[in-house]
Ligand binder design. Structure first.
Ligand code: H53
Length: 820
């Protein structure tokens, strides 16, 4: 790779001088972490030049800006990615070798910035990469959590959460920007003052507590285009100068409270994915980063533009799920209270500036704040939401006179709660789902009433992933192979990858492809040996399910099937089983007991199976500890089979499914989320589809009729596997250990509804699909063909495509070119 900006010798000098000035050491004395820091600062130096250039160009061209507002950005490590996007990876690798260092080892010194939980946070990170690469001016806005997603350790088969102190050595890529600090106010009360000179009521928040929000900027480097955008994450500091307003002067207790507030707000990321916990601190976090971000954005806009009415033509606020929805009310507050606009004007501007992405239909993920809490914490914002609601209800009544049902189902405030999704929809000009099926379910079921009332707002944007991290960086062998066959264009235009299709039948190409897969399996086997102490056979089928642990994602179905296979092997030693390694990786939310019990079950099954000499190593189960972005890259590259087995209709899109596909794994999955589109692209012959359809699931949900006991009573294999949950086969010391899982599947005692994830209904068709996987794998040429076709058909799933659709249909941004 030829970089315009890297001179090897200068770079080496820069590293040496950084080690000297940062640590008063020579490079031979420095620790690996210190080398990482010194190298990163040297890289940052180069980035800063481009960052300045980009900002200058933006300033000159004044393009429309999208603010991607998100509680989560799951960035993963920056060093390697930045080097790749600067097209300087090769040279820096060489430069470091000349200094006696291995770039891979230095990359491993970087903590994973894990400011996110799972799919939603990683999507935000992929989007930022694509926005910069496509040349659009974008800001990510989020929170500088001092502790990101916890580190997972497995002790005695159980998950232990360990704090992730990612900032402890300092994070070299961030830039503190105290000059852009903003004050954010909580609590107190609102005094209404009539101003006779304007004839308006003024709303004055009094007796509040406030914190100072300090931005830290992280560079987002575009690929080979000198564009550097900004991820702005906000930290909080106490305002303790005792000058808040006269009322507070000298109030010591309050000063202490404010200190605590500032400390607590950004302390830690809530480790829930797809689940709303309703914690007060969470709402504080939401308002904290939104208020700071919106204030900053409006201020920036006003510096350049005289008329605030122009805001929608220059700015979009994209709400990543309902978490940032207070944006709607905060923007109204700024426009009405500070800019002194009329309500009507302000609402017109707001509803042409905000856009909302829905990422889930899971009822438990819907954010509903109790009025008591919301109005206590955000008194002025609550008043505004009340007024939005009042006017929205009038609109509903005008459209559906006398229809109380509609009010009940659509009101923003109802039953003592503020419903954030309803606020987001009312306040946005666009509402999008994240895969075609998901959007259809939104329109026809979950958000049907809203769709009927305002169909023009609804649209689909199928998710995508960045091929630069998940192929170019994560799978260099395959990346080189692709480039050798079709050139480099796929790096910024993944649709080009379809050119590989002509090689699907080519024997030499097939062998090369399979050999690369084998090399990647060796790499993962080594990782597993080092981290788990388990030896796996790289010639076995690597069957992988890595994602957050959630009942709807059905890791339980996977491990039950492993138990079933194990039973079969024991019963029929004469049968010929193709060796398989089932690989899991998943974090469970800290308070999600059943999810944690599933992790224990996986590890318990692993213990038994992996140590049973009678099955001759043909079946292995591995639980990879602490699944995260950095090891994900290694895992995707090595997978033969991609497990995408959620209960149909529950997974909005999924994005891991796309990363596996890009790396040539074949999907075993349900017709859920983006799986539907994956199969459409690659063809049903090159995937293994099973299970209930989303219509069937929805039908069961609406009309009942699912009886898990039917399967238990009529299918001896299922019965046997379920009995093993309660007879101590995998927990001899405590046979009752997995009783809750047994109950959850059969619903004998634990709950009133039969298993809402329909695990047993799908069990046999899953097992059958798995038999097809095995048969297909035995035909190595056929498998190679399918694998190549998966990679070759993944073009649609680039986040570049997704972002271009957002730009064309929602954001209408202007492309910027940075000149030399
Ligand atoms: O968002 C992903 C989807 C995935 C969905 C996930 C998600 C979260 O990670 C957290 C909250 C939420 O509402 C949704 O589960 O299906 O691919 C990105 O859209």
């Amino acid at each position: 790779m030829i970089s315009k900006q890297f001179d090897k010798e200068t770079f080496k000098e820069s590293v040496k001088s950084n080690v000297r000035s940062l640590y008063r050491k020579t490079i031979d004395e420095a620790t690996p972490q210190q080398i990482f820091q010194a190298v990163s600062y040297a890289v940052k130096d180069v980035i800063i030049d481009n960052w300045l250039k980009s900002q200058k160009q933006f300033d000159k061209e004044d393009p429309k800006i999208v603010y991607y507002l998100s509680m989560e950005f799951l960035m993963g490590r920056a060093l390697g990615n930045n080097l790749l996007n600067l097209t300087a990876y090769g040279e820096v690798k060489e430069a470091l070798e000349e200094l006696g260092f291995d770039l891979n080892a230095i990359e491993d010194e970087e903590p994973d910035p894990a400011l996110g939980n799972g799919g939603l946070g990683r999507l935000a990170a992929c989007f930022l990469d694509s926005l910069a690469t496509l040349g659009y001016c974008a800001y990510g806005c989020g929170i500088r959590y001092h502790y990101g997603m916890f580190k997972q350790e497995i002790k005695d088969g159980y998950q232990i959460e360990v704090p992730d102190a990612w900032l402890k050595d300092g994070y070299p890529f961030e830039l503190r920007r105290p000059e852009y600090a903003k004050e954010v106010k909580f609590g107190g009360h609102v005094r209404v003052v009539y101003d006779p000179s304007t004839g308006r009521n003024e709303f004055v928040q009094e007796d509040y507590q406030s914190v100072r929000a300090i931005p830290y900027d992280l560079p987002i480097v575009g690929y080979n285009n000198q564009i550097v955008n900004t991820l702005r994450i906000w930290d909080s500091e106490a305002i303790n100068d005792f000058q808040l307003d006269s009322f507070d002067k000298g109030d010591y207790r309050k000063a202490v409270e404010q200190e605590n507030l500032a400390r607590n707000i950004v302390e830690v990321l809530y480790p829930n994915d797809n689940h709303y916990a309703g914690k007060e601190l969470r709402l504080k976090q939401q308002y904290f980063f939104i208020s700071a971000s919106i204030q900053a954005a409006v201020e920036k806009f006003k510096k350049k533009h005289g008329d605030i009415h122009e805001l929608p033509s220059k700015v979009t606020f994209q709400l990543n799920d309902t978490h940032p929805t207070v944006t709607v009310a905060e923007l109204m507050r700024i426009l009405v209270d500070e800019e002194k606009l009329s309500w009507e004007d302000a609402w017109d501007i707001t509803t042409r500036t905000c856009a909302y992405t829905n990422h889930t239909i899971m009822a438990e993920a819907l954010e509903k704040w109790p009025i008591e809490l919301f109005s206590r914490l955000l008194p002025r914002i609550y008043q505004i939401v009340e007024e939005i609601n009042r006017r929205f209800l009038i609109q509903i009544q005008q459209m559906y006179p006398g229809n109380q049902e509609k009010i009940k189902k659509m009101a923003i405030i109802y039953d003592g709660q503020v419903k954030m999704a309803h606020l987001a929809i009312a306040g946005s000009y666009s509402v999008n789902g994240v895969a075609r099926l998901h959007t259809e379910i939104l329109k026809n079921k979950e958000l049907k009433d809203f769709y009927e009332m305002m169909p023009q707002k609804f649209n689909n944007k199928t998710n995508g992933i960045t091929q630069r991290r998940f192929l170019l960086h994560g799978n260099p062998l395959l990346a080189d192979w692709v480039t050798k066959h079709i050139g480099r264009d796929w790096i910024t235009d993944l649709s080009q990858i379809s050119k590989l299709k002509i090689y699907a039948d080519d024997e030499k190409a097939q062998q090369e492809f399979m050999n690369i897969k084998y090399q990647n399996k060796l790499r993962l086997a080594k990782y597993i040996q080092e981290h788990n102490g388990i030896e796996v056979d790289p010639r076995s089928i690597f069957d992988v399910q890595v994602k957050r642990l959630h009942e709807y994602k059905r890791q339980l179905l996977n491990i039950l099937h492993v138990m079933y296979l194990y039973n079969k092997m024991k019963e029929h030693p004469e049968l010929d089983f193709y060796p398989r390694t089932f690989i899991f990786g998943a974090k469970a939310s800290a308070g999600y007991h059943r999810a944690k019990l599933i992790i224990k079950l996986i590890n318990s099954v692993a213990d038994v199976v992996n140590n049973d000499a009678s099955i001759k190593g043909k079946l292995k189960v591995v639980f990879i500890e602490n699944y995260r972005v950095s090891n994900a890259e290694i895992i995707f590259a090595a997978a033969d089979v991609s497990e995408q087995i959620s209960t149909a209709s529950k997974e909005a899109s999924g994005t891991g499914n796309m990363k596996f596909m890009l790396n040539g794994a074949l999907t075993i999955g349900t017709m859920d989320g983006a799986n539907v589109e994956i199969v459409e692209e690659v063809g049903a012959d090159n995937a293994f589809i099973f299970g209930l359809s989303s219509d069937e699931v929805i039908n069961f949900e609406q009309n009942g009729g699912y009886d898990p006991n039917f399967y238990f009573n009529t299918d001896p294999d299922i019965r046997n596997v379920l009995m093993q949950l309660i007879n101590g086969t995998f927990s001899p010391k405590d046979p009752e250990r997995f009783r809750d899982l047994y109950n959850s599947l059969l619903n004998t005692k634990s709950s009133d509804k039969p298993d809402t994830y329909f695990t047993l209904a799908d069990f046999k068709s899953y097992a059958k699909a798995q038999e097809q996987v095995e048969a297909a794998y035995r035909d190595q040429r056929g498998w190679a063909k399918s694998a190549i076709l998966n990679t070759a058909s993944s073009g649609k799933f680039s986040s570049d495509r997704t972002i271009q659709e957002y730009v064309d249909e929602i954001w209408h941004l202007d492309k910027v070119v940075v000149e030399d």
